[in-house]
Write a protein that binds this ligand. Sequence first.
Ligand code: UDP
Ligand code: GLC
Length: 379
Amino acid sequence: MRIFFLDQSGKPGGAELCLIDIAKPYSHRALVGLFADGAFKDLLEQNHIPVEVLTTQTIQVRKESSLVQGLKSLRQLAPLITKVIKKVREYDLIYANTQKALVVGALASFFSRRPLVYHLHDILSIEHFSQTNLRIAINLANRCASLVIANSQASKTAFIQAGGRSDIIEVVYNGFDPKIYRTNESEINKLQQELGLQGKFVVGHFSRLAPWKGQHILIDAIAKCPQEVTVILVGDALFGEQDYVKQLQQQVADLELENRVKFLGFRSDIPQLMATCDLVAHTSTSPEPFGRVIVEAMLCGKPVVAAKAGGVMELVEHGLNGFLVTPGEPQELAQVIITCLQETEITATIANNARTSASRRFDVATINQQIAQLLSQRF
Ligand code: UDP
Ligand code: GLC
């Protein structure tokens, strides 16, 4: 099957990293079309997946856009849509991986008569999107997509609640290669030394810096923990959240935590960095659609504490393979951090359970088979 994948981002967020794994098996007969240049393109090339940047013009529409802004951006999209319609003639299927890709893909599908698949990586609710954007996404998916793949049951439920058709949507979780998450001890010791983490109890946070990812909750929580508890914040502001970065830096200064919070920026050595941690924290304040970082930490055999909402509840069972806390509650989070610091045996058992269950449930080979089956059944 020849697939034309579309993704709006030039930067490698979770949806883009997931797309690399999905596109790989089709790479000899596929093309990934991007709506921006950047590090995601380089990653696709490193993975030998054909890629083309289809436009370098910024598409102005944002998650919270109004109808007027939406219509303006539609005019802006016209040359891009025309380009996609021309190119798609060489492919059997359009696979839209993001919301703007859905808009472009739906119109291209209509004019080219190629079927459309929409991979839904978001919880389509007003917590995350404007009413206008929600309506556009649901209407286009309902009318134009032959199949919607949701990254969790939570994303599927929100889609249906927002008016999405239940007969076109299937859940497929993100897949991971467990081998990548087995690390070498001497390499980890070296990294620990480089980062000055020896002798500390390290809590890692591995998300782009954005208000809803809740890094501020973790900073508040460690102010309530013993001195040896140190935080590494891994990730960058990928989508222009510079004010939030300043706010986090100010919070660290106000709480006099400069020696206990390290901002490491965007990194490509996630498994190695996770291996230097004693605990990985996920602190999203709005429901997380899936949460790749949680599964990655589990595959590294690290205990995870995660915000109890959205897809996270399909990944973590409290006390069995991780810990769940109320989103936005630093006190509760601090309590779990202190428990992990003190109850090392129970925590290690939980982390081991996590590695076993995550390796079984999220193996990329099985996940890719699920996608192949869905595509071959429908097209
Ligand atoms: N990630 C990364 N480098 C960083 C921070 C994060 O490669 O510095 C990766 C992380 O390992 C995960 C992805 O970015 O695979 C984030 O995906 P997730 O589903 O957790 O959240 P999203 O950002 O997609 O909402
Ligand atoms: C999106 C979601 C994230 C999910 C990722 C991969 O970026 O925000 O929760 O893990 O897609 O599906």
